[in-house]
Ligand binder design. Structure first.
Ligand code: GDP
Ligand code: IMO
Ligand code: MG
Length: 424
């Protein structure tokens, strides 16, 4: 099964994957890096996972960081240490790392920041985690992989070549201090040994597990509207965030992905720059942002908030062939007199019910909304579909129709238990 975000990230994937991990044997991250922040709440404890899959809090599950993930080894080791400090067992038995995944170094993070400064008002608003520069080097075939970190001579040779190029850029284009090869080798030289026990041919491991009848859960990061090919380019991340990323990023045949589940909040948020047609810049947006605690799990930046965008979510489900979806944060919409949902875009006098992926930008977009009556009751404690207020049920049913995809589960709070099944 593949679970992916259907909006601009932060849909609540961490919570849902943790929950679905009960019935899985292997949980696999296939793209992105530590730009992701996946929150899992267990009782009083809150965990924000950046690189480690959201199945790690379950005993006896294998968690895999696939080859499509851009790995910052320093963040990863910190994350492992942080989990262990909190009593979560992390060993080579429950965490596997792809030998062929690319490594994020200091220069990637430096260049991420410098490129943003260079872009000026055209900045993307990246997380600054070095994601774009690392994937760019991967495509340019100059990157280093985890397997290179395990071989000190090879690591030195390839890092020297990389730094020669990157320092020229840092010094000559950006006018900043170059990085020292010795310092970088000091910093990254030892991490190979720390990671060594976890590293393997994870593609083969996942395929073998599948062949042995194990249940594999692929965990998407970011959201479809941030997809490098299909999102709001250039305001996107640098990986394939949808189900399309699974095959290359985990080394797994697309023919074997049996179920695809999208995650969408009952409203929308976006962090960073870029088009957001249903954005609310008024007090309603501020109310949603406050009620939903919409602050980035990775950077702490406030998330922009707006109404549910059925055009974008329908597009995401269509592209990924979603079999069903999970509506999250429905509880946040309690107390509104009227709720709105974006159902069509108008751009330069033309109406689009289907997301206009062929246009260079969404500049000047006007959104057509449908309105729905809200509900006043707090629904955070509701645990069955029948106990939801009628208007909340009607709202979910309307969303299903608008995006042409059935809802499987409704999430009404951050805890594991705050979830209900949508009966068929
Ligand atoms: P992810 O990146 O998709 O995993 O999402 P984040 O963890 O970045 O952001 C989702 C936030 O919403 C987290 O703080 C979750 O604990 C919280 N959350 C998830 N589902 C629900 C829900 O149904 N209701 C409420 N109130 N909070 C939720
Ligand atoms: P999760 O997995 C929300 C956004 C950044 C920026 C753009 C590019 O928690 O949903 P990048 O650092 O990837 O080059 O930034 O993508 N972004 C996210 N927004 N949730 C995320 O991850 C994100 N990861 C990246 O804010 O706009
Ligand atoms: Mg997040």
């Amino acid at each position: 099964m593949c679970v992916f975000g259907a909006q601009w990230g932060d849909e609540g994937k961490g919570k849902i994957i943790d929950s679905l991990a009960h019935d899985a044997d292997v949980i696999v991250r296939y793209q992105g890096g530590s730009n992701a922040g996946h929150t899992v709440i267990v009782g009083e404890d809150k965990y924000v996972l950046h690189l480690i899959p959201s199945g790690i809090l379950h005993k006896d599950k294998v968690n895999v960081i696939g080859s499509g993930v851009a790995i910052d080894p320093l963040t990863l080791l910190e994350e492992i240490a942080g989990l262990r400090e909190r009593g979560v067992s992390v060993s080579h038995e429950n965490l596997r790392i792809a030998a062929n995944a690319h490594v994020i170094f200091t220069h990637h993070k430096r260049i991420d920041g410098l490129a943003e400064r260079w872009r000026g008002s055209g900045r993307i608003g990246t997380t600054g985690r070095g994601i774009g520069p690392c994937y760019a080097d991967k495509a340019a075939r100059t990157g280093l992989r985890i397997c290179d970190l395990l071989d000190p001579d090879r690591c030195r040779e390839r890092l020297m070549a990389a730094l020669a190029e990157k320092n020229a850029l840092i010094e000559n284009v950006h006018g900043e201090e170059p990085l020292s090869l010795d310092k970088e080798l000091d910093c990254y030289g030892a991490v190979g040994d720390s990671l060594r026990p976890f590293v393997g041919d994870t593609g083969a491991e996942v395929r073998d597990a599948y062949a042995a009848g194990k249940h594999i859960l692929f965990e998407g990061a970011q959201g479809l509207m941030l997809d490098l090919d299909h999102g709001t380019y250039p305001f996107v991340t640098s990986s394939s965030t949808g189900v399309g990323g699974v095959s290359s990023g985990a080394g797994f045949s697309p023919r074997h992905i049996e179920r695809v589940i999208g995650i969408g909040k009952a409203y929308c948020t976006r962090v960073g720059e870029g088009p957001f047609p249903t954005e609310l810049t008024d007090e309603t947006g501020a109310r949603i942002q406050k009620a939903g605690h919409e602050f980035g799990a990775t950077t702490g930046r406030p998330r922009r908030a707006g109404w549910f965008d059925a055009v974008a979510v329908r597009y995401a489900f269509d592209l990924c062939g979603a079999d069903g979806w999970v509506v999250t944060k429905l509880d946040i919409l309690s107390g509104f007199e009227t709720l709105r949902v974006g159902v069509a875009y108008e751009i330069d006098g033309e109406t689009f019910e289907r997301y206009p992926a062929h246009l260079p930008s969404l500049d000047g977009v006007q959104v057509t909304y449908e309105e729905f009556p809200g509900w006043q009751q707090d629904i955070a404690e509701v645990r069955s579909w029948e106990d939801l207020p009628e208007n909340a049920r009607n709202f979910v049913e309307s969303l299903e129709k608008l995006v042409s995809c059935p809802v499987d589960l409704v999430s009404v709070g951050p805890d594991r238990e705050a979830m209900l099944t949508r009966p068929r």
